[in-house]
Write a protein of this length. Structure first.
Length: 369
């Protein structure tokens, strides 16, 4: 895997990297070095999304509390306090490289509900188009599972999945996946490449010992399964050094998990294999030819809208003689679709009093049969 060839990169940061485990202080200089890494990637025209833990740790630090001694509901309160400090730390670090950041609060549940995940994807896409670095935080004030089980590795993989990322980097406190737990066995080797996750790989997993974060190798392997199924390469590498991403570019030891398909192919496979259509649109011959050439389906080419569906639902695409030619995810509900069919995209705003997007079905959400 050549990271130089990737286009959209997710970087996952754990609490243990944001805080010094001995002094309990925030690693400001390390975060500045990460901002430099992100600037390095952006200068190569790569999209960068960060998934970060740390809100609870920042909240505990603000109140001088020991996290290990607190109940789950207190952790949630600490997250509400710490979110402000966490984002302030990112803002200050990234300003040194004239980069702007934004906060996107998500839970695993948000990424697993189709309409919510579509909304999250569009928001992140638009932030990237504006040149903003999205900082995705787990919404710990309402999400208890992420706190209890340390699921931010899985959250990062789900963010990679819904945004169509082709690379996920999990920054850890070890170099990657070892043949056994590196803390207990000196006779071990680093696994540099994994193409499939079998029983042998899972047997290599140990448990986490970090205090400020709760994710261990087990959650990273779970994240790898999600990433591979989404066509996304994933790396586990040591993030404790300064400029860990540039170090990865320069060949720093890591474990690469390699998928056998692209993110777009995986997404289209998901649409065809798991989505049940709840309506259809009939299109004219011109629109059909445009789809065959790889274009999106615009309202102007729609002759009929049938069924009751909402934005994000799967709908069939029929030719003018009602032959089924494809399936895709609707950008507008059936009610709104009937209003805009046959109209140009620049008329949508006047017709509906809002414009979500130009297409009835975006080309990335569409599969021709």
């Amino acid at each position: 895997m050549k990271i130089e060839d990737t286009k959209r990169i997710i970087i996952k940061i754990g609490s243990s990297l944001l805080f010094n485990s001995e002094t309990k202080k925030h690693n400001k200089e390390w975060l500045i070095s990460l901002a430099e890494d992100v600037n390095f990637l952006k200068n190569q025209n790569k999209d960068v999304i960060i998934v970060s833990s740390g809100a609870i740790a920042f909240g505990a630090k603000d109140l001088n509390l020991e996290m290990s001694e607190l109940r789950l509901d207190i952790h949630q309160a600490l997250a509400a306090i710490g979110q402000i400090n966490l984002m302030s730390a990112f803002k200050n670090a990234f300003e040194k490289y004239e980069s702007k950041v934004s906060q996107v609060l998500l839970t695993l549940d948000d990424t697993e509900k189709r309409r919510r995940s579509i909304n999250a994807r569009r928001t992140i896409d638009n932030l990237l188009k504006l040149g903003i670095v999205p900082i995705v935080n787990e919404n710990d004030t309402i999400a208890t599972n992420e706190i209890k089980y340390g699921d931010n590795d899985r959250l990062a993989a789900r963010v990679a999945q819904i945004t169509g990322a082709d690379c996920l980097i999990l920054l850890s406190n070890i170099n990657g996946l070892y043949s056994s737990d590196p803390r207990n066995n000196q006779e071990l080797k680093l696994i540099d490449s994994v193409e499939s996750i079998d029983d042998d790989i899972e047997s290599m997993v140990g448990k986490s010992i970090t205090e400020t974060g709760k994710g261990g190798m087990k959650t990273k392997i779970m994240a790898a399964k999600t990433a591979l199924s989404a066509g996304c390469h994933m790396a586990i590498t040591n993030g404790t050094i300064d400029n860990p991403i540039q170090a990865l570019f320069n060949g720093r030891p890591c474990t690469w998990f390699t998928p056998n398909k692209t993110p777009l192919a995986a997404r289209k496979q998901w649409i065809v294999g798991t989505m049940q259509a709840v309506g259809f649109v009939k299109i004219d011959n011109g629109a059909y030819k445009a789809l065959q050439n790889g274009s999106s389906l615009l309202p102007a080419g729609i002759l009929e809208v049938s069924g009751e569906f909402e934005r994000g639902d799967a709908i069939e695409i029929l030719s003018s003689d009602k032959t089924k030619i494809g399936i895709g995810l609707a950008s507008y509900s059936s009610e709104d679709g009937k209003k805009i069919m046959g109209h140009k995209s620049n008329e949508i705003g006047n017709i509906l009093s809002y414009s979500y997007r130009e297409e009835m079905i975006h080309k990335d959400d569409l599969v021709l049969l």
